[in-house]
Design a binder for this molecule. Structure first.
Ligand code: SME
Length: 162
């Protein structure tokens, strides 16, 4: 069986994301499609979901949206909690290679070993984030980070256009 390199795989998934973006009728469908695609195509992406900032909430609150993977107890996350809160409040991608060593980590599944959270920007402001957990330590390298940031960017632009 022919094998493809990781770069080729990521490139193919990027093209699938572009296709999803043109074939879906709104941002909500796109977000659902992105979770399904990443969870199915990327073998180490074991939980994939969006948390979106609740409109008008004071204090600000991240609310679970579309996701693939096991049910999580964290349906709502304040910005001062978790890796999710850290990414949303800083507006920066957070990659954690070993969640057991990060005191900010809110456990979703005992199988999770590493996590990436990428903010979604709409008109320059954080509107939510794309969160991915892996059962493998250090699952998210530079190439993964670029793919997940690409997905978050496409979703942000789509939300901006609605
Ligand atoms: N681990 C996240 C919580 C969300 S679950 O991973 C789905 C955090 O530390 O914020």
């Amino acid at each position: 069986m022919a094998t493809i390199s990781k770069a080729e795989k990521l490139d193919a998934v990027r093209k699938d994301v572009d296709r999803l973006n043109s074939e879906t009728s709104n941002a909500d469908q796109l977000m659902e499609g992105v979770t399904v695609l990443l969870n199915e195509q990327m073998l180490k992406y074991n939980w994939v979901g969006f948390y979106m900032l609740e409109a008008g909430a004071d204090p600000p609150m991240l609310v679970l949206g579309h996701y693939q993977g096991a049910m999580t107890p964290h349906l709502r996350i304040p910005l001062n909690q978790g890796i999710c809160g850290a990414a949303a409040s800083s507006g920066k991608t957070v990659v954690v290679d070993d969640v057991s060593k990060d005191p900010r980590y809110l456990a979703c599944s005992i199988e999770t070993k590493s996590e990436i959270v990428v903010p979604v920007f709409v008109s320059g402001l954080v509107a939510g984030e794309l969160d991915i957990d892996s059962h493998f330590a250090a699952a998210f390298d530079f190439q993964d980070r670029k793919l997940v940031e690409y997905c978050a960017q496409i979703v942000g632009k789509r939300l901006e256009s609605e």
